[in-house]
Each structure stands twice: as structure tokens, then as C-alpha cells.
Write a protein that binds this ligand. Structure first.
Ligand SMILES: Cc1ncc(COP(=O)(O)O)c(C=O)c1O
Length: 408
């Protein structure tokens, strides 16, 4: 038997991605503390300053003084790493403090930290499914890859309902036997389309059919609700969601993830989820940063309203020049540029001509043909930066005869 040529296989795969314009080029950035959304971008030809228009550090908390001070102090007090899993010497006081404040924020009895939002979804959903024999999961069509990983890990019956479609969800729930365990899983803000789920209606429907409700608030926390606890808080339906997952990598400006739920639910996940049990816990310095961020976010009314103002301004300006954006009520502004090559071409042009960095979004993150630039204005994007972005895009659209928005 000839020895298989592994490298050739991988080479062919990468060649195909390149040919289809889907090969992922990572931008090499140096964020400058105190200057966000400005950063330096390193390329083969040198270094240049750019304005970032696609960051998930939605409020610029990654450079907030309270967060930085807490992290400096934690590093000096407790050192670099936690030294173990939560079960074996890695359970730090700051982890437990953070969990109890997160639980209170979401009006739940308990919370549990994970090393990322991805791990939180994968770990929590797979544990719940394992602990509920015969469980049927009802999952929104646009749910994040980490939720899908958690759902598929233990081979349950999975029903996909059309995105944010209550009638489709109800039809599927009604077709399932009343004595079957059920989980309805959705997100609050869908990060690629910017759509917001009708949470109150979904929660009520799920409970009508006796389902456990599972909500991913990764793109909602910090940004919505009187205390910034997310869309479920804003829509006054925290009680309708049994399990809430979110992370620290976006509006918190740090990294890590968590689940909040009833005491028994959290205890069961803690006791079962491999992605929680068999991994080193969050470094205390990261947990301290997340805790400081949470304390700021609870009262960050000015930051939130400034962000929403900048989002509204950008959306209004893009609509004025009829660029093909998806209009949603959220803070995410997707600019549709079907075709991976064209989408990359627009992003490259912005970078080369006006020092704007926005990453093209391709398959598999979005469907082929729905490639886009996902714009995320923060409170630190000035009106002048918005003007620069819109004027540049408008110029390019005119120059390249790109399709404008048709709908009103
Ligand atoms: C909806 C959603 N859930 C979970 C995650 C994963 O979070 P993390 O980046 O902390 O792993 C993401 C990240 O992009 C997300 O968009």
C-alpha cells in the first residue's frame, strides 16, 4: 500500500477555498489601549493605522479603566493562572463572586463559568440533553455553531424551526408528545443578521407545551435592558427563560462564558459537562476583569445610549445613500455584498484606500450568496468616522456600479 499523502489532501482543500474566495486571511492587529476603535494593522508591506468597524467589543470595555485596574490588581495578587480545574485546586474566590453576581443580574439562583461562550453552549446543551432522556430539541434555524455542537453531541431528536417563526415552532411543539422532555433553544440577538427574537412569545409558547427554555444572550448582555442584563431583561421576560448563556468576549471586553439557571440546573451541568469538568478554570485575572466589567455594565446607561445613537446614525446614513443593509432593531448593521470575491474586494478597497478595517463574512458563517460586511458601531465611533465610512462606501458603490437597496 502506498503511504497516503496527507499534505496533498490539505493542500487541495486549501486551494479550493482560495479558488472560491473563501480562504480566511486573518488580519494582524495591535489594539491600542485608550485609542479604540483605532489599531495598527500589520501586513506584508508594513504597518498602518486603521479604524476597526467589525469589533465585538461593543462598548469599548476592553480598555475601560475599571476593568484594567481590576486586572492589574488581580495579576499582582493572584498571579497568572488558576493552577487547575474547578474541581482540583482551580476554584478561586473571584470565580464564585463572579458567578453569584451574574446569577443575580439574570434573576437566577446560580451561575457557572466556562472558558468561552462556545464551551458554555456546547457544555450546557449537551449536558441537559444527556440528563433528559428522549429529549427533543427545538432549535432556531439561525442558532450559533456552538449551540448546534451542544445539540448534536449526544444524538437527540432535533427539530429546526424557521428563524424567529412562532407558527413553525408551535406546529412542531404541538406534534410532539406531551410527556416527552423538550428544550426550546434560541438567541436574543442573531449576530449575522442583527435580528432580535420575539423572546416573550417564544418563552410563553415553550412553556405552554412544557418545554425547558434555553436562551443565548451573547449579543444581548451589556447592551439591552435597564441593568444591561440583555434583551430578556428589556422585554421583561427573564422568568420565561430557564437557562441563559452569555459570554465575556463581546460587550464585557474580556473573554470567557457562563450559564445562569436554577440551582439544580447549574449543579447538574457542573456535575456533568465535560467541557466544564476537564479544563483549567478561567485565569483569576480574566475573572476579575469580567467582574469589574459586569459592575460597570449594570450602570452603563450613558455608554449604552451613546452606542445606540451611533448605530441609529450609521443606519440612517446608509439608508440615505441606499446601500443594501439589513434593517433590524439591534446594534448590528449587516451590509449585504453577495459573492465572496466581491465582498473581499470591498473590504480590501476600504483597507487600502481609507484605512478602514472590516472583515468580510463568508460561508460557512453565512450561506453562500449572502456574504456581507457586518458593521458594529460602538460609543467610541465618532460622527466623523461614520461619515468617512458611509462616504467611502457610497463612492465605491458608484464607481463599481454595485446594486443599491431596493426596498423602502
Ligand atoms: C451567538 C453566539 N453564541 C456563542 C458564541 C461563542 O462565544 P465565545 O466567543 O465566547 O466562545 C458566539 C461567538 O461568536 C456567538 O455569536
Amino acid at each position: 500500500m502506498t503511504h497516503p499523502n496527507y499534505r496533498a489532501r490539505f493542500h487541495d482543500y486549501l486551494a479550493k477555498l482560495k479558488q472560491e474566495g473563501r480562504y480566511r486571511h486573518f488580519a494582524v492587529l495591535e489594539r491600542h489601549c485608550g485609542a479604540f476603535p483605532k489599531a495598527s494593522m500589520h501586513t506584508a508591506t508594513g504597518v498602518k493605522d486603521v479604524t476597526i468597524w467589525c469589533s465585538n467589543d461593543y462598548l469599548g470595555m476592553g480598555q475601560h479603566t475599571a476593568v484594567l485596574e481590576a486586572m492589574h490588581e488581580a495579576l499582582d495578587m493572584w498571579g497568572a493562572g488558576s493552577g487547575g480545574t474547578r474541581n482540583i485546586s482551580g476554584n478561586m474566590l473571584v470565580h464564585t463572586q463572579l458567578e453569584s453576581e451574574l446569577a443575580a443580574w439574570h434573576a437566577k439562583e446560580a451561575a457557572l463559568l466556562f472558558t468561552s461562550g462556545y464551551n458554555a453552549n456546547e457544555g450546557a446543551l449537551s449536558a441537559l440533553i444527556k440528563l433528559l432522556p428522549g429529549c427533543v430539541v427545538f432549535s432556531d434555524q439561525k442558532n450559533h455553531a456552538s449551540m448546534i455542537a451542544g445539540i448534536t453531541r449526544n444524538h437527540c431528536n432535533k427539530n429546526i424551526f424557521a428563524h424567529n417563526n412562532l407558527a413553525d415552532l408551535e406546529r412542531q411543539l404541538a406534534e410532539t408528545s406531551s410527556d416527552t422532555f423538550k428544550i426550546v433553544a434560541c438567541e436574543s440577538v442573531y449576530s449575522m443578521d442583527g435580528t432580535i427574537a420575539p423572546l416573550r412569545e417564544i418563552g410563553m409558547l415553550a412553556h405552554k407545551y412544557g418545554a425547558l427554555t434555553y436562551l443565548d444572550e451573547v449579543h444581548g448582555v451589556g447592551l439591552y435592558g435597564a441593568n444591561g442584563a440583555g434583551v430578556a431583561e428589556r422585554d421583561d421576560c427573564l422568568d420565561l427563560f430557564d437557562v441563559i448563556v452569555a459570554n465575556f468576549g463581546k460587550s464585557f471586553g474580556v473573554a470567557g462564558g457562563y450559564v445562569a439557571a436554577s440551582r439544580e440546573t447549574i449543579d447538574a451541568i457542573r456535575s456533568h459537562a465535560p467541557g466544564f469538568i476537564f479544563t483549567t478554570s478561567l485565569p483569576p485575572v480574566v475573572a476579575a476583569g469580567a467582574l469589574a466589567s459586569l459592575r460597570v455594565l449594570r450602570d452603563a446607561h450613558d455608554l449604552r445610549s451613546r452606542m445606540h445613537r451611533q448605530v441609529d446614525l450609521l443606519r440612517k446614513r446608509l439608508l440615505e445613500v441606499k446601500l443594501p443593509i439589513l434593517t433590524s432593531g439591534s446594534h448590528i448593521v449587516p451590509l449585504l455584498i453577495g459573492g465572496a470575491q466581491c465582498c473581499k474586494g470591498v473590504a480590501d478597497w476600504l483597507f487600502e484606500n481609507v484605512n478602514i478595517y472590516v472583515q468580510p463574512i463568508n460561508y460557512p458563517t453565512v450561506a453562500t450568496g449572502e456574504e456581507r460586511l457586518r458593521l458594529t458601531p460602538t460609543p467610541l465611533h465618532t460622527d466623523a468616522m461614520i461619515d468617512e465610512l458611509v462616504d467611502s462606501l457610497d463612492f465605491l458603490w458608484r464607481q463599481q456600479h454595485l446594486p443599491r437597496r431596493i426596498a423602502a
